[in-house]
Design a protein around this ligand. Structure first.
Ligand code: SF4
Length: 347
């Protein structure tokens, strides 16, 4: 079982395969924009997202998780690596969208949509809900006139809003309702895959649960696959089948959601879990809260990038970068001492 629903077979074929993905942003200086160095926002990230599953991608602000989402949507052209998608007529064949030109990307863009963080700024205040939600349909010339309006009304009802809201403007809606409108817009083209980038972090806690429940029920109902990006493990817990933890451009741990919550294997995952409320409020935390700042991706620390903040650091960690290694149960962990540490979970 996933934390919140029926298990999806682990053998489900991947919809998305990310291989050694890299995004280096140049740091330029002077009149001639001489390149002084690179911000390695994403530095060799690999993972799969099986069809019909939710991968939660977590880490603190600045760890590179949003850049990964934008790379998969091809809002950036990656510096290196592959983004293989199985969405063509023959699912067996993968297309590397990291290499596609603009025209070739168009047909994939219909299948891949994004939900943004801020429901206040992501909706144009001068446009009606009809204009906003129908925009993808108009761009792809898929509907017009009455059919367009009917489709928008259908989408509003799908996300729990009334069809008669169609001619209202964004200011007439609460934050939660606006994010529902953002979800309706993302669903307009019947996509297979959605990147949701911090979709509830701008909302009140009471509203967050409603939007998460909506996204989870739509995912089951429509057979969607999500990459769900958040800095907050307690948010990701409620929706993810698997979780990937990211730190300064690298993945440090991947596992089934329940396993990470029960027994993290990487000290950074353990530190993030200290911010998740425990079911028993009397239970004491055994380890201290995460201290210090995320390292600068332009000048990452030597060896293990987490070593300046790690309570378990040893001399080897300063010298040698740990590889992401396979562990039983389909887990991967990048820590020299993962077998020896006994870390605390949050279940
Ligand atoms: Fe901590 Fe060392 Fe493991 Fe890095 S390799 S997480 S510094 S124990």
């Amino acid at each position: 079982m996933t934390p919140n629903g029926p298990a999806v077979a682990d053998s489900a074929p991947p919809l998305i395969e990310v291989r050694d993905l890299k995004m280096y942003f140049p740091i330029t200086n002077g009149l001639f924009s001489t390149v002084q160095g690179y911000v390695k926002a994403v530095d060799g990230v690999s993972f799969d997202i099986p069809r019909g599953q939710v991968l939660g991608l977590v880490g603190e602000s600045g760890c590179g998780k949003t850049t990964v989402g934008r790379l998969i949507m091809r809002l950036y052209r990656p510096t290196g690596g592959q983004i293989l998608v199985h969405m063509g007529e023959n699912d067996e064949e993968a297309v590397d969208i990291a290499r596609l030109g603009r025209d070739q990307l168009l047909s994939y863009r219909r299948q891949m949509q994004m939900i943004f963080q801020d429901p206040y700024s992501s909706l144009n205040p001068r446009k009606t809900i009809l204009d906003i939600v129908s925009e993808p349909l108009r761009i792809h010339k898929l509907a017009s006139g009455n059919a367009l309006r009917e489709r928008v009304e259908e989408l509003l009802e799908l996300v729990g809003l009334r069809a008669e809201y169609v001619l209202r403007y964004p200011h007439a809606f609460s934050g939660g309702q606006r994010q529902r409108i953002g979800v309706a817009r993302a669903l307009a083209l019947n996509p297979q895959f959605i990147v949701a980038d911090e979709p509830v972090s701008a909302l009140d806690v009471s509203v967050q649960a409603q939007v998460l429940n909506l996204m989870r029920s739509l995912q089951h109902r429509l057979g969607l696959t999500y990459l769900f990006i958040s800095h907050d493990l307690s948010v990701v817990k409620h929706i993810s089948d698997r979780i990937a933890v990211m730190y300064v451009g690298n993945l440090v741990e991947t596992a089934a959601a329940r396993e990470i919550f029960q027994r993290p294997l990487h000290p950074y995952s353990e530190a993030l879990l200290t911010s998740v409320p425990k079911p028993d409020p009397r239970a004491k935390r055994q380890h201290k809260i995460l201290e210090g700042e995320v390292a600068d991706p332009a000048h990452p620390p030597t060896g293990c990038r987490f070593h300046p903040r790690c309570p378990y650091v040893q001399p080897r960690c300063v010298e040698e970068e740990p590889a992401l290694r396979a562990f039983p149960g389909g887990r991967t962990v990048a820590c020299h001492f993962a077998e020896e540490l006994t870390l605390s979970g949050a279940l």
